[in-house]
Design a protein around this ligand. Structure first.
Ligand SMILES: [Zn+2]
Length: 284
């Protein structure tokens, strides 16, 4: 059985921490480097439900995409919700390791997993990493469809293939327009509209699109927008990450058991559709 430091070294080779954004907080949050690791749980969010799931599973390591502490803290007291997560994990000898923007930029990265979930063929990164001579790493991905489909069909397909959330999938654009090329960015993607426009794609799949950036993008070009729940756009990465660790485990004869969390940790829990009569209830 490998020890934590060996597993972390393997994860750091997949997602080198130095490739994370400056503002990010990636790496090991808690854990003893010499502790043996037999079971690993992958999840998007290091929230209490996921920590409890790791305990129930008997996991030795929890790997999450989102950091627990993005900024410094002066307390991990269990009276704070993040401190309670730390206490739960340490009490049960579970390490926590985070791969965030270093996993976004990786090859394969978070957006490759999203493209794969949507059956899209990746042709390259949306924002290439200048330090990658192969031109495969970077933020977001530009993709092609095997055959053009309408925006309405594409959105239904996305809603079917991504894990179910209360939000589902929001669409901006004519449902009958054809989609042949798509940019994807797992997580919040409204800072990449300039790059999406420059790529000249028919549609953009991401999460957390706000009114003004989305409205302005629509005014500037006939770009279709497909907005899914943040958690749902990043969830495919945990499947990909677990498969990557399985492959490493097989190569080293580690015999690791990897698991993926299906707990929906998107904060939005319900969706009430508006009346189809849009003239009622509109603000004056
Ligand atoms: Zn995210």
């Amino acid at each position: 059985m490998p020890v934590l430091s060996e597993v972390i070294a393997a994860l750091d080779a997949l997602w080198p921490p130095e490739r994370a954004e400056q503002w990010d907080a990636v790496g090991t949050v808690c854990g003893d480097p010499d502790a043996p690791v037999g079971r690993v749980l992958f999840a998007v969010d290091p929230v209490q439900e996921v920590a409890d799931e790791a305990v129930k599973l008997g996991a030795d390591l929890l790997v999450t995409h989102h950091p627990l502490y993005l900024r410094g803290t002066t307390t991990v007291a269990a009276s704070t919700f993040k401190g309670r997560v730390v206490h739960t994990l340490i009490k049960h000898d579970i390490a926590l390791h985070v791969a965030h923007t270093n996993a976004d930029r990786a090859d394969p990265g978070v957006s490759d997993a999203l493209a794969g979930a949507l059956d899209l063929r990746v042709t390259g990164p949306l924002v290439p990493d200048p330090d990658d001579p192969a031109g495969r790493r970077g933020l977001g991905r530009i993709c092609e469809l095997d055959a053009p489909v309408t925006l309405g069909e594409f959105a239904r397909h996305a809603a079917e293939r991504l894990p179910a959330t209360a939000q589902g999938v929001r669409v901006a654009g004519d449902p009958d327009r054809l989609v042949r090329t798509v940019a994807v960015c797992g997580g919040s993607g409204d800072s990449l509209f300039a790059e999406v426009r420059a790529a000249g794609v028919d549609a953009y799949v991401t999460a957390d699109l706000r009114h003004h950036p989305a409205s302005e993008a629509q005014q500037q070009s006939p770009l279709a927008l497909v907005d899914a729940a943040h958690w749902a756009t990043e969830w495919p990465w945990i499947e990909q990450a677990a498969a990557q660790l399985d492959e490493i485990s097989d190569r080293h004869g580690w015999g690791l058991r990897t698991h993926i969390s299906r707990t929906v940790t998107d904060p939005w829990t319900a969706h009430a559709a508006s009346s189809t009569d849009t003239s009622s209830g509109a603000p004056n």
